[in-house]
Design a protein around this ligand. Structure first.
Ligand code: NAD
Length: 481
């Protein structure tokens, strides 16, 4: 599972064309975890050719959706049997706390495959309609060969959010996982092979951004499904626009937890710490990292945050007691520390944290950090820091003032509104321009659409909308009445 020397291309295990390798070290203690082949353009050419063959001439897009569902369920069962082992691998690869990775049984990927198998069976791939010209059939056909490009911060799950609905729709996939976390994706390849997925339907070639760019531009690709930073998403979207390729972009965020003046501070803090600065070690796209509070209650909120944050267990992610592990890499820690310095320079108050935790000298750890008395136009309130840093921003005025601040962001991914009156919170939530929002809670629900407004992306994953992203509509006319 941890020593991979070959890409998965066309149903075969093939050594990388250039012989390149990626060595993975744990961000918690820098110990060697395993290795994977490094992808090059030559590997991508082979993978796209195999995928094209599978899509243009292979059985997968032509099978009844119920037959595809059988294979997807087999993959789900294989993945479920490996769930604990994969969680341990992910913990070593990316440093997410093992308790976070095993939450809910740790079989989220299997459940996604089962969900999309069920959906494929009932999906209206062919539906009769009475058109203005006479009877018609509306066909929903697979979009084609999909390039799935994924980040390191939730690697197998994020890849499964693309692969499961794409396969359910009848598409085929060339996946390029991130170089930081190349190993877990091969567990999907193992499951595909064991489940009898036809050759070329799923191809896996890890690599860096250059090979990602090569894949995006490849003429054999019909759709790019990308999750990652807004900066990379912009470049990919521009290429897809020029080439008129279909494109789904799941990008960054700077989501707000909005406290209305009657809200219970304990509920706010109990949600906004684990799903904010501590969410996946602070490396979660939808983390609630801006906390917008009435000025009159600001100091009370800060005290409550400091109290909870000081009690977070920071340490080895393999320890079940750990709530906050390391950042993915040294450059990420440098970046987070630069933002912490900037927050101080911009005049926000460092309420807690800001340094490196004592006794954790080997990995890329940063103390959980909260800034208070911040302004929404400070860099620390505008940029996605992607580390365990929360920013508390006071507002003056009523709910409208809080909503305006929540919306004063180039991003629009997640958010939550807290109030003793859930109707009032719902009214505020309906005015906040984000793809997901909670009322007195926050969560990401795999059965409901997830994605971004504004700079957080284009398109939706999860739920039926996730499958719809891999569909082309075709209207067929000419039937006699
Ligand atoms: P990143 O954009 O640097 O890289 C993501 C993936 O894209 C990697 O596989 C990388 O190799 C590849 N890549 C980078 N530049 C590319 C280019 N120009 N062309 C083709 N491929 C390219 O992001 P990251 O640092 O790995 O991940 C963190 C980011 O991902 C954060 O901004 C986070 O918010 C975002 N994210 C978003 C969601 C979501 O669903 N909205 C989920 C998870 C992460």
């Amino acid at each position: 599972m941890r020593e991979r020397r070959e890409h998965f291309i066309g149903g075969k295990w093939l050594p990388p064309a250039t012989g390149g390798e990626i060595r993975v070290h744990s961000p918690a203690d820098l110990k060697y975890v395993g290795q994977a082949p490094d992808g090059s353009p030559a590997d991508m050419d082979l993978a796209v050719a195999a995928a094209r063959e599978a899509f243009d001439r292979g059985p997968w897009p032509r099978m009844a959706s119920a037959e595809r569902a059988v294979v997807l369920r087999r993959m789900a069962a294989i993945l479920r049997a490996q769930a604990d082992e994969v969680a341990e691998l992910l913990c070593d690869e990316m440093g997410a706390p093992i308790t976070f990775l095993k939450r809910g049984g740790g079989d989220g990927v299997s459940r996604l495959f089962e969900y999309y198998a069920d959906l494929a069976e009932t999906w209206p791939f062919e539906a009769a309609r009475q058109g203005a010209l006479g009877p018609a059939v509306i066909r929903q056909e697979p979009v084609g060969v999909v390039a799935a490009i994924t980040p390191w911060n939730g690697p197998m799950y994020i890849l499964a959010l693309k692969v499961a609905p794409a396969l359910a729709a009848g598409c085929v996939v060339v996946a390029k996982p991130a170089q930081e976390t190349p190993l877990d994706a091969f567990c999907l390849a193992d499951a595909a092979e064991q489940a009898g997925l036809p050759p070329g339907v799923l191809n896996i070639i890890p690599g860096g951004r250059e090979v990602g760019d090569y894949l995006v531009r490849h003429p054999g690709i019909d759709k790019v499904s990308f999750t990652g930073s807004t900066a990379a998403g912009r470049k990919i979207g521009a290429i897809c626009g020029e080439q008129l390729k279909r494109c789904g972009l799941e990008l960054g965020g700077k989501s707000a937890a909005v406290m209305l003046d009657d809200a219970d501070i304990t509920s706010l803090v109990q949600c906004a710490v684990p799903l904010g600065l501590a969410f996946n070690n602070g490396q979660a796209c939808a983390a609630l990292t801006r906390v917008i509070v009435p000025r009159a209650r600001h100091n009370e909120v800060v005290d409550a945050f400091v109290d909870v944050v000081q009690r977070l267990t920071v340490g080895d992610p393999r320890d079940p007691a750990t709530e906050l592990g390391p950042l993915i890499a040294e450059r990420q820690r440098d970046r987070v520390e630069r933002y912490i310095a900037l927050g101080r320079a911009e005049g926000a108050t460092l309420a807690v944290g800001g340094g490196r935790p004592a006794g954790l000298d080997k990995g890329w750890y940063v103390e959980p950090t909260v800034f208070s008395d911040a302004a929404n136009d400070m860099t620390i309130a505008r940029d996605e820091i992607f580390g365990p840093v929360g920013v508390i921003i006071p507002y003056d005025g009523g709910d409208e003032a809080a909503i305006e601040l929540a919306n004063a962001s180039t991003y629009g991914l997640g958010g939550a509104v807290f109030s003793a009156d859930s109707e009032r919170a719902y009214r505020a939530a309906s005015q906040i321009r984000t793809g997901t929002i909670g009322v007195n809670m926050f969560g990401v629900d795999p059965l409901c659409p997830f994605g971004g407004f504004k700079g957080s992306g284009i398109g939706r994953e999860m739920g039926p909308e996730g499958l719809a992203g891999f569909i082309e509509y075709k209207s067929v006319f000419g039937f006699s009445n």
